[in-house]
Design a protein around this ligand. Structure first.
Ligand code: ZN
Length: 232
């Protein structure tokens, strides 16, 4: 799976434009580094973590088996601070470390892909093209609800352990959901309803906040500064 993840990732890097905006890249890398840094060493070393910012105007991100993370530049318009970006990245890292890619590969890929494509017909052509490319690589086949909830739970703890504000994960999902027709495929069809996702996160908030306090007290105080966005 890791080898397949890497192949898809390289292919995508060749075919989808990559952001050349240095401050944007540094910002995303900075947040990713903080999140990856708190992973258990055995998990950290099992994956070759890498982050790429693609110049696509959709609010999306993905992670492939092997630790290859992709962020679409449009995400930075919805995840508006380092804490919200950390919530997305930690969620994606959660999919990788819970091995959801393996589980997903055994599902009926063609059926899932056609569902995914059918459900985004109200978005613009560029987005459809990007999604078709994504489904071709097997990147955006929807995870199921259980996997999404699991990635949320792992994500909120990870971001907090890294020193980010876990309450911003709620803000993020509220913003994602108010983004209407732009709702990205990874967060689309099978995922928990916004309300249940938010109440699940709230249930874990006390624990997450105490993890964050400890992280901050131990000197983990992320200071990633959003760059000047490229015109999109
Ligand atoms: Zn997910």
């Amino acid at each position: 799976m890791a080898a397949q993840g890497e192949r898809s990732y390289r292919q995508m890097q060749q075919e989808v434009p990559i952001s050349t905006n240095v401050s944007e890249n540094n910002y995303v890398q900075c947040v990713a580094d903080y999140v990856i840094d708190v992973l258990d060493p055995s998990i950290q070393s099992r994956n070759q973590w890498e982050v790429t910012v693609f110049s696509e105007n959709q609010a999306n991100a993905f992670a492939l088996p092997g630790g290859k993370i992709g962020v679409y530049a449009g995400l930075l318009d919805v995840a508006i601070n380092q804490h919200q970006l950390a919530a997305v990245l930690a969620h994606e890292v959660g999919h990788v470390i819970a091995n959801h890619g393996n589980e997903r590969a055994s599902q009926n890929a063609i059926r899932d892909a056609s569902v995914a494509v059918a459900q985004i017909l109200d978005v613009d052509d560029t987005t459809i093209e990007a999604i078709e490319m994504g489904t071709r690589y097997g990147l955006f086949l929807p995870f199921n609800r259980t996997q999404e909830s699991e990635a949320d739970s792992i994500g909120i703890m990870l971001m907090a352990e890294a020193g980010f504000d876990p309450e911003q994960s709620i803000e993020l999902w509220v913003r994602m959901n108010s983004d209407g027709g732009q709702r990205p495929p990874e967060f689309m069809s099978t995922h928990p309803s916004p309300d249940s996702r938010i109440s699940d996160l709230n249930r874990q908030m006390v624990t997450a906040k105490s993890l964050r306090q400890t992280a901050n007290a131990n000197g983990r105080n992320p200071d990633c500064v959003p760059g000047i966005a490229s015109p999109r």
